[in-house]
Design a protein around this ligand. Sequence first.
Ligand SMILES: NC(=O)c1ccc[n+]([C@@H]2O[C@H](COP(=O)([O-])OP(=O)(O)OC[C@H]3O[C@@H](n4cnc5c(N)ncnc54)[C@H](OP(=O)(O)O)[C@@H]3O)[C@@H](O)[C@H]2O)c1
Length: 279
Amino acid sequence: MRVLITGAGGGVGGALAARLDGTHAVLPCDHAMLDITDARAVWSCVLAFKPDVIINPAAITNVDRCERQPDLAWTVNAEAPGTLAAAAERAGARFIHLSTDYVFDGRKGEPYVETDPTAARGVYGQSKIAGERAALAGCQRAYIVRTAWVMNLARPGFLAAMLAAAPSGRARVARQTSSPTGLTDLVEALARMIQARPPGGIYHMVNAGQCSRRELAAEMFRLLGVEVTLDEVSVTEFGGAPRPDYSALRAEAWALAGMPPFRPWQEALAEVLTQVRPG
Ligand SMILES: NC(=O)c1ccc[n+]([C@@H]2O[C@H](COP(=O)([O-])OP(=O)(O)OC[C@H]3O[C@@H](n4cnc5c(N)ncnc54)[C@H](OP(=O)(O)O)[C@@H]3O)[C@@H](O)[C@H]2O)c1
């Protein structure tokens, strides 16, 4: 299949391009190669490449930046998916759009399923909700893939921050609960989605289970055999943009479509930690 990937310089886009390369004819476009807010560039890229599938991990993913630059967040996260969806529709392609657990406000208190109503706490989540709607409205063969807390030590993120704090013996974490997800697990599921063609719609792609940031960090330090004291503070006290304190997801639609279950997050974490060199 011919697969066009946006945001291929990012964590998910880069890993996905590497995974699909060799199996499919992949066009990995990083930000410099294709700015998804440039409608003319999007249309000419799609019409020239003639993809069977367009995958859109490109986004402004820095939650605090979205709060500081709401116009940019809106253009990239809310409007550009509509352009990509329309181009996919015209090309007869399927459109897979990446989204987030931050589309939920956390009030449910138990894992969110795909049919739960969205209500985001900040600009990032609000712009992603609008992007989901634009993707579904623009393309009949659209998939929304919501994931959460993608674990990837190769890039800055929660796990890397915890590792950096480890030598001091102390780390501060926000009181948040969600569903940590191995980058490999997410990418494998996306590869399977391309091949298996489940019905269009919204899918949660997360490892099984849920945990707090403190539990995630504690499990990582336990596996690494490192002693670190974790100070848990409320999301508000932690600072920055508004975030849900609870956003665990359940991959219900994935299971209903007969796709193989996701393994527990602890197993994915253990695999991610094999990237840490001893000593
Ligand atoms: N990582 C997570 O924990 C997580 C959790 C939940 C959901 N998600 C979702 O998963 C998707 C992928 O996340 P990720 O972790 O791969 O994010 P990432 O590493 O921040 O990658 C996003 C990429 O999008 C690019 N980009 C930004 N604006 C663009 C534009 N106008 N045109 C083209 N490319 C643009 C960025 O390039 P520049 O840096 O050069 O601007 C970056 O390479 C996102 O939709 C995100 O909302 C991720």
